[in-house]
Design a binder for this molecule. Structure first.
Ligand code: PMP
Length: 351
């Protein structure tokens, strides 16, 4: 079998999320709030009406209408995916052939690189500054020199929490000829978006997800926002029936209860300030400002902090194989008691 594997897949290291079961889960940028606990009866009611012997609506029509209302555009501007991961893959399959280049800033979300490699493309990684600010000029130069098919900009960036301004993103669009994908998975914790530009630029695709602010990581629902022509092209590559009726229905239900989601967002943003203030008081640790639902910290004592977290059964994300993230740990924002537990664990090591 091994001799049959295509070359581009031979060297792939699969995405490997934490598989340990922790008491406190601050490792995957999930939302600590669970909608099911609050909307149990409505959710059970929706499930009761489903016909699971039938295929789902292949175009997720109702859901796309609800998403269009949420983003302030038309349903023709929306494509839905089994998580935004699937839309990343669809974009790469649409635009990247063997030998083509894709550009992104690093450190960033690893799936851009993995899907590019699988497609036989080559990822060029532009290092960000020491404080993790994206080097916009270098991104533009690199994309132009390599005639990159796609540029990925993660805004706010996972795992650093840093952001790019709309002005900088427009500059990338104006001064390159590549598709520009702006991954706004953490948009709701930041508040700035590029969706209002998609009808002006057919090379712009904005990615969003219901996995973070909406607290629906398990239903696997991501979406892309782009001009109508761009969505039509992406739909040629999207697998049929890619979203179950369950995911579509849960997504619509959540979108009709955005006030609930607004409460989650406010709470997480307040806790982010609380966590950052507490950690920035400590001398032996740097806590980077963040616009996501997570903070990145760096410390020479990271190994001791990680060991303490392990003992206390707190899950966090440590980037062992990333040279730009040496001694760094990403901590997702949880509830007040979870955050206090994390802060206390760090203080015991560095305090
Ligand atoms: N983009 C970014 C920046 C992410 O951090 C994640 C998840 N960690 C995703 C996309 C994928 O999200 P999902 O597939 O759950 O929509």
């Amino acid at each position: 079998m091994k001799n049959l594997i295509k070359d581009s897949v031979r060297s792939i290291v699969p995405y490997s999320p934490n598989k340990n079961s922790y008491k406190i889960r601050l490792d995957a940028n999930e939302n600590p709030f669970n909608m099911l606990a609050e909307m149990h009866d409505e959710i059970v009611g929706v499930i009761g009406e489903m016909e699971m012997n039938r295929y789902p609506d292949t175009d997720s029509f109702c859901l796309r209408q609800d998403l269009a209302k949420y983003v302030g555009l038309k349903q023709e501007n929306i494509i839905c995916g089994n998580g935004s991961d699937e839309i990343i893959q669809v974009i790469i399959q649409t635009f990247v052939d063997k030998g083509d280049f894709v550009v992104t800033h690093v450190p960033t979300f690893s799936m851009y690189n993995i899907f590019t490699k699988i497609a036989g493309g080559e990822m060029i990684e532009v290092p960000s500054e020491e404080d993790f600010t994206v080097d916009v000029e270098k991104i533009i130069d690199t994309a132009n020199q390599s005639k990159a098919k796609v540029i990925f900009l993660c805004n706010p960036n996972n795992p650093t929490g840093t952001t790019m301004s709309s002005k900088d993103i427009l500059e990338v669009l104006q001064r390159t000829e590549s598709m520009v994908v702006v991954d706004e998975a953490y948009y709701e914790f930041f508040g700035e978006t590029m969706v209002s530009y998609v009808n002006d630029w057919d090379r712009l695709i904005v990615l969003r997800t219901l996995s973070k602010a909406f607290g629906l990581a398990d239903i696997r629902l991501g979406y892309g926002v782009a001009g109508e022509d761009t969505i039509e092209i992406l739909n040629r590559v999207r697998p049929p029936y890619n979203l179950s009726t369950f995911s579509q229905a849960m997504g619509s239900l959540a979108l009709r209860n955005v006030d609930r989601v607004e409460n989650y967002i406010q709470s997480i943003k307040a806790e982010r300030i609380y966590m950052l203030n507490a950690l920035q008081e400590e001398k032996e640790i740097i806590a980077f400002p963040s616009e996501g639902n997570f903070v990145l910290v760096k410390s020479d004592k990271l190994k001791e902090i990680a060991d303490s977290c392990y003992e206390k059964e707190i899950g966090t994300r440590i980037f062992r194989n990333d040279s730009m993230l040496q001694n760094c740990m990403r901590i997702s924002i949880g509830t007040r008691s979870e955050n206090d537990c994390m802060i206390e664990t760090i203080r015991k090591v560095v305090g």
